[in-house]
Design a protein around this ligand. Structure first.
Ligand SMILES: Cc1cc2nc3c(=O)[nH]c(=O)nc-3n(C[C@H](O)[C@H](O)[C@H](O)COP(=O)(O)O)c2cc1C
Length: 356
């Protein structure tokens, strides 16, 4: 079957095929603003006929900056640059969503200029920094900042926004009993831990209107002994679906060590079973990410009903035109070996695959 090359509707947005470029920070921005290198990168991606390109994570407030070259949506000044980025994709008839990512407890003072923040105070060994607990007023302030960031992204012309609710970053930290030890309205039960995400979603929906596509990359389960199980991730997803969330990309929450969600040497989909469980419970469009390299496997995910779209990250660093070559029949798999050298390079300010 060729369903993978058929359109997918996510609210008012119609994708020409079921391939998504998963959000990928390139670290090429300049002080939160779009650079020429990024215009070239997104131009090349959009020439590759990818159904939907999701931007690298964009911070909503300066204290959420995780990497020096990350893009920001923290002030209206960024809008003209972001418009150029969107135009670079639209001129090739591509679709682009903006991912909103607040780094939370993982941020480093020497990069962001702020003490890292989170739902609860803690010492974070990977950065060697003390994390400050947010006050309830500050959390309400962040809800508003997310809505303002989304407004700027919509004014810049993005076709959709995606909340980053995975990989331990701020929203995912709130969702997790490991990181969120609060005993007030933001912590305790699964419902209270998901309140922050719910209010952010509702704030953006109110501002964006009913037909604007809002998606989330959700950590369905924590890879931690005391973490949230898959059943709780599905419960949160059901709640978001009932409120009108338009699509969910399935990933993981709290990781044993940063980067666990970018599995080295992966050549096969690694959240397939979780996705099947989620699919059985949810009706909204579901996007599967992680480890897919062979076209045969990707077709199987769609044809067998595991997910409605497949999302790839490292294969597009290797070759931005891989979807076009899949479609033309000149490629059957991605050359990406998941060696993860691209992560080291990205952190050093070079965004490229070692194989190309
Ligand atoms: C260089 C690099 C940057 C990434 N940046 C982000 C990001 O900004 N937001 C996000 O949700 N995931 C990010 N990821 C994770 C990917 O989106 C994806 O979930 C993960 O790499 C698994 O997919 P893959 O096996 O196709 O690479 C990044 C991964 C890499 C390698």
């Amino acid at each position: 079957m060729n369903k993978i090359f058929t359109p997918l509707k996510i609210n008012r947005m119609v994708l020409p095929n079921r391939f998504v470029r998963s959000a990928t920070v390139d670290n090429l921005g300049q002080h939160g603003r779009v650079s020429e290198a990024q215009l070239d990168l997104y131009g090349a991606l959009s020439e590759g006929e990818i159904g939907l390109i999701i931007s690298g994570g964009i911070y909503p407030t300066l204290d959420g900056l995780g990497a020096t070259g990350q893009l920001g949506a923290h002030t209206d000044d960024v809008i003209p640059g972001l418009r150029r980025l969107v135009d670079a994709v639209h001129k090739n008839n591509g679709k682009i969503a903006a991912q909103i990512l607040h780094g939370g407890f993982r941020c480093q003072t020497e990069v962001s200029g702020f003490q890292p923040i989170g739902p609860s105070a803690m010492f974070y060994e990977e950065t060697g920094l003390q994390v400050r607990e947010l006050s309830s007023d500050e959390i309400y302030g962040l809800v508003e900042s997310y809505a303002q960031a989304a407004r700027r992204l919509i004014e810049s012309g993005f076709d959709a926004v995606q909340l980053h609710g995975a990989h331990g970053w701020l929203l995912s930290a709130f969702l997790s009993p490991v990181m969120n030890k609060r005993e007030d309205e933001w912590g305790g039960s699964s419902e209270a831990r998901s309140r922050f995400v719910r209010l952010i979603y509702e704030g953006i929906r109110k501002m964006a209107g009913p037909d604007y596509p809002i998606m989330i990359k959700l950590g369905f389960k924590d890879y931690h002994m005391d973490g949230k199980p898959l059943s709780e991730g599905i419960e949160t997803a059901l709640m978001l679906e009932s409120l009108g969330m338009d699509a969910i990309e399935l990933s993981e929450g709290i990781e044993p060590k940063w980067g666990h969600h970018i599995r080295p040497n992966a050549l096969e989909p690694y959240y397939k079973e979780e996705c099947l469980r989620a699919r059985q419970a949810l009706s909204l469009p579901l996007i599967l990410v992680g480890g897919m390299r062979r076209l045969r496997d990707m077709r199987g995910i769609i044809d067998d009903g595991f997910a409605d779209a497949v999302s790839l990250c490292r294969p597009f660093i290797n070759a931005p035109d891989i979807v076009r070559r899949f479609k033309e029949g000149t490629a059957e798999f991605s050359e990406c070996t998941s060696c993860n050298e691209c992560i080291e390079r990205m952190l050093e300010g070079r965004f490229q695959c070692t194989l190309t």
